[in-house]
Design a protein around this ligand. Structure first.
Ligand code: ADP
Ligand code: MG
Length: 271
């Protein structure tokens, strides 16, 4: 885990957005700074001049109607889609100029809507193949590395409620357990920004509660950016909420703030 520069105890109050563009000289303590982000698909702006700022140790939820551009924002941050304009700074590094793999190595993990686990491998093996290679300081000493990997796998398996399922083949897991396994496969790489697209879709109420518990546990030393529709779940996890509509920022702030915002009620919550 890399040390966080400052602000290890964020208040999660709504910090007033800084006027104009944040320059490096101001040494912003945001983990993620998105400014003026725009992507145009044949003239259609799926994301349009979007700015938002994520603190270290924050759970930020992005909500908004279908087609608002939520998934596209994650695609832009992880480098899958290239921005037409604007900037995405992660710990001071400009992601819009980096490769998808470079962005992963920089510490950004992303989970897609459909789980991409290996069904015919065990939980242990799924976690093992996700362990970053060549990062161990004991690289040459295989037995030390094996122990390190096993410890980390057990630690992550415990976090994702699968400690007693390590030898189970992934195909036999429930839908919710598969989703947790995929989160575990990202956690094992220890990303400082974890992005999840509708992680509780298809989960039971009990699984949703445990997922909220999981997210609240894993934000020590990292931030999580979640797209979600289930407002009950959003209330359980969000420190702040960003509402998108037609590619633009419609509203932002605490859950109470966005829930009572007439603009949000009109285009999203009222339906
Ligand atoms: P959300 O996740 O909020 O439902 P998306 O980000 O998936 O919305 O999509 C936003 C809009 O951008 C939609 O109208 C979608 O059809 C369009 N879009 C997304 N990706 C592409 C693409 N690669 N090419 C063209 N249009 C796209
Ligand atoms: Mg989407």
């Amino acid at each position: 885990m890399n040390a966080q520069p400052t602000n290890t105890q964020p208040s999660h109050e709504i910090s007033p957005q800084r006027p104009g563009r944040v320059s490096d000289a101001m040494a912003p303590d945001f983990l993620l700074t998105v400014e003026g982000l725009t992507v145009s698909f044949d003239g259609f702006k799926a994301v349009n001049d979007l700015s938002f700022y994520v603190d270290p140790n924050e759970i930020r939820v992005i909500i908004g109607p279908n087609g608002a551009g939520k998934t596209t924002v994650l695609d832009l941050i992880c480098g899958r889609t290239r921005a037409t304009a604007g900037s995405i700074q992660f710990k001071g590094r400009e992601l819009t100029k980096m490769s998808e793999n470079g962005i992963v190595l920089a510490g950004v993990g992303r989970k897609f809507q459909t789980p991409s686990i290996y069904e015919d491998l065990t939980v242990f093996e799924n976690l093992e193949i996700s362990f970053p290679r060549g990062r161990s300081v004991f690289g040459a000493l295989t037995f030390r590395r094996d122990a390190e990997v096993r410890d980390r796998i057990e630690e992550v398996a415990h976090m994702i409620f699968l400690a007693d399922r390590l030898q189970t083949r992934a195909e036999f897991l429930s839908h919710g357990q598969k989703q947790w396994l995929e989160i575990g496969m990202l956690l094992i790489q220890d990303p400082e920004l974890l992005m999840l697209d509708e992680p509780v879709a298809g989960m039971s109420v009990a699984e949703r509660k445990k997922t909220a518990e999981l997210l609240n546990k894993i934000i020590v030393g990292r931030s999580v950016l979640v797209i979600e529709h289930d407002m009950k779940f959003v209330e359980d996890i969000a420190h702040r909420v960003t509402v998108l509509h037609q590619g633009k920022l419609l509203s932002e702030g605490s859950i109470a703030h966005v829930k009572s915002d007439p603009k949000v009620i009109e285009v999203y919550l009222g339906h």
